[in-house]
Design a protein around this ligand. Structure first.
Ligand SMILES: [Fe+2]
Length: 312
C-alpha cells in the first residue's frame, strides 16, 4: 500500500527564545494562531490553522515535521505496517488524529488526518505582465502592494540535512511513497548520491517538484522550511522589508534549476532558515527521476553566488 499523502502540514522546532522567534516569524509573514509561555503556533493566510510550531526548550533544535494523509486508514497502515504510534488526537489548533514515525535520522515524522481548516484569506490581485508580444495592462500602474511581511499561502516543502543519503532515501521512498524528481551525485561517481528532491505520489495528479529535499550532511536536522507566496513580486517586496529590519539574508532572491521555483532564504533567531518560494514545477508519478553530477548543477539561475552561505 502506498501512503496517500495530501500535503505538508506543519514543521516542529524547539527554540530558546519564543519572543524573538515570534517577532521574526511575524515579519517573515506567518500569523500567530496561538501563543503561550510554552509554545508558539503560527499559520499561513491559506486556511491552515497551524504550519509552524516552536516549543520552548533549553537549546535550539529541529524536532520534525508533519504531513497530512488522505484517509484515516492511512494512519492505521502507518501504525500497523510502518511501526508508527497508535493514532492519537493532535494537540494543536485544527486538531485531527496523528501517528508519529521517526525517520532514519530520528526526526519526528507525523502523519495527520482530519485536521480542520479555516477560510483562506484573499491575497493580491495577480500581476498583469506586459510582454513584447502581449499587452495586458493599460492606463494604470502595476503598483498597489505593500512592502512588508509576505502573504504566505501554505507550507510547501522542507529541506533536511541527513547523515546518510543512502539510508534516508529508501526510508522516504518506502515508508512515505515519495518519488525522486532530481538526484545529485558526487562528481564522476554516479553511485555516490548525496542530494535528492522528492515529490508526493498522487498518480495522475500534478504535485510540486518536491515536498522534501534530502541533503547529506553530518550535522543532521533541518536545512530550511519553505512557504509558497503568490509570485516573485511578493518575494522582492518582502526581501526589502526583511532587509530593513536587519535580519540576515542567506540566499536569493534567485531561481533554482530543478523545480524552477523562485526562492528567498532568511535566517531566523534560532539559526534556522526560512524560505519563500513561488512558481514551482509540477510533476506526476509517471514523470520519472533525473540524475545529475553535482558539479554540473548551477544552484541559482540568476546569480553566480556560491551557495556556501546557503549551507553554512
Ligand atoms: Fe526550498
Amino acid at each position: 500500500m502506498i501512503m496517500r499523502l495530501r500535503s505538508p502540514h506543519h514543521v516542529r522546532f524547539q527554540v530558546t527564545d519564543l519572543d524573538k522567534q515570534e517577532a521574526f516569524a511575524i515579519d517573515f509573514g506567518l500569523v500567530v494562531q496561538e501563543r503561550t509561555s510554552e509554545r508558539l503556533v503560527m499559520r499561513t493566510c491559506g486556511g491552515d490553522r497551524c504550519s509552524y510550531v516552536a516549543f520552548l526548550g533549553d537549546r535550539d533544535a529541529f524536532l520534525g515535521f508533519a504531513l497530512e494523509v488522505e484517509d484515516a486508514s492511512d494512519l492505521d497502515h502507518a501504525h500497523t505496517a510502518l511501526g508508527g504510534t497508535a493514532p492519537t488526537p493532535l494537540d494543536l489548533p485544527g486538531g485531527g488524529m496523528a501517528v508519529t514515525l521517526h525517520d532514519s535520522d530520528g526526526n519526528e515524522v507525523l502523519l495527520i488526518h482530519g485536521a480542520e481548516r479555516g477560510e483562506p484569506e484573499e491575497l493580491y490581485a495577480p500581476l498583469e505582465i506586459n510582454t513584447p508580444f502581449e499587452k495586458r495592462r493599460f492606463g494604470r500602474n502595476q503598483h498597489g502592494r505593500d512592502r512588508g511581511p509576505a502573504r504566505l499561502w501554505r507550507l510547501g516543502h522542507l529541506g533536511l540535512f541527513v547523515r546518510s543519503f543512502a539510508a534516508s532515501k529508501p526510508w522516504y521512498e518506502e515508508k512515505l511513497g515519495l518519488i525522486a524528481s532530481d538526484i545529485y551525485h558526487i562528481p564522476g561517481q554516479p553511485q555516490a548520491q548525496i542530494v535528492g528532491f522528492f515529490r508526493m505520489n498522487k498518480g495522475e495528479e500534478w504535485v510540486d517538484h518536491h515536498c522534501v529535499a534530502l541533503m547529506q550532511d553530518e550535522r543532521g536536522g533541518c536545512h530550511h522550511i519553505s512557504f509558497e507566496v503568490q509570485d516573485f513580486e511578493a518575494q522582492q517586496r518582502t526581501h526589502r522589508y526583511l532587509g530593513s529590519k536587519a535580519y540576515e539574508p542567506i540566499w536569493g532572491v534567485g531561481r533554482h534549476p530543478h523545480g524552477s521555483h523562485v526562492f528567498d532564504v532568511w535566517r531566523s533567531p534560532d539559526g534556522a532558515r526560512f524560505e519563500t518560494f513561488s512558481d514551482t514545477d509540477l510533476f506526476r508519478e509517471q514523470d520519472g527521476t533525473r540524475i545529475h553530477d553535482i558539479s554540473q548543477v548551477v544552484m541559482d539561475e540568476w546569480s553566480d553566488d556560491k551557495p556556501d552561505r546557503y549551507f553554512a
